[in-house]
Design a protein around this ligand. Sequence first.
Ligand SMILES: Nc1ncnc2c1ncn2[C@@H]1O[C@H](COP(=O)(O)OP(=O)(O)O)[C@@H](O)[C@H]1O
Ligand SMILES: [Mg+2]
Length: 244
Amino acid sequence: MLQVDGLCKAFGDFQAVNGAWLTVRQGDLVAVIGPNGAGKTTLFNLITGHLQADRGSIRFREQEISRLPAHEICRRGIARSFQIANIFPRLSVFENVQVAVLSAKGLSRHLLHPTRRLVREETEGILERVGLQDRRLDLAGSLSHGDKRILEIAIALGNEPELLILDEPTAGMSPEETAATLALIRRLAREQGLTILFCEHDMEVVFNVATSIMVMQHGSTLVQGPPLQVRADPAVQEAYLGRD
Ligand SMILES: Nc1ncnc2c1ncn2[C@@H]1O[C@H](COP(=O)(O)OP(=O)(O)O)[C@@H](O)[C@H]1O
Ligand SMILES: [Mg+2]
């Protein structure tokens, strides 16, 4: 589904991403791991078009997307959440998701009756899938940190993505919120057939959930493979896991 090759991005003379590669197959749940500053967020920003790569290629469904603007990449089926939740705090939970559903369909809020019902049903369906239906009328700003992050996933789902990219989806969450979020991610992948690419610093989370793990170090890909293979890789143990 997604193939990243030789990707590079510098900020000034600092190489934040420096020869990263990554393969995501349909139905995969791919985790990107690596220490702080390894370039994970920058890699995601390059894939989603929020940053432009200096070099390298990003192919999504066989088509080069590395020169496309973010809205076009989103339209083609890649949606993402940010490391810091990105919601409209003064709108309700329902309205936050509705805005995404409307914009994915290229519609405004002034709708003819049949379309309005369609959008409402789709919005409610998404809120149910993520378990926020009981909070639908609450202001988004009043949600707990964990629920804000879940709402952000719901907003991303409003774009009807084929590939969902999540930047540290459990960051700052309590153990209970983390468990619930992981269950949600698994459910979205298994039951809804979504392909998911996420980065995460909690190793337990990663090895529990991912079907494939890519290890990043100093902006480069060290290795990508199934969890057991990555865990056993001498280079990974030395560079990253060895310290534990
Ligand atoms: N907009 C930017 N300008 C300058 N440096 C940046 C910018 N974004 C990220 N960096 C630097 O690039 C490196 C990689 O950052 P990032 O991709 O956020 O890593 P990670 O998500 O793995 O922690 C870090 O050293 C960071 O300070
Ligand atoms: Mg990051």
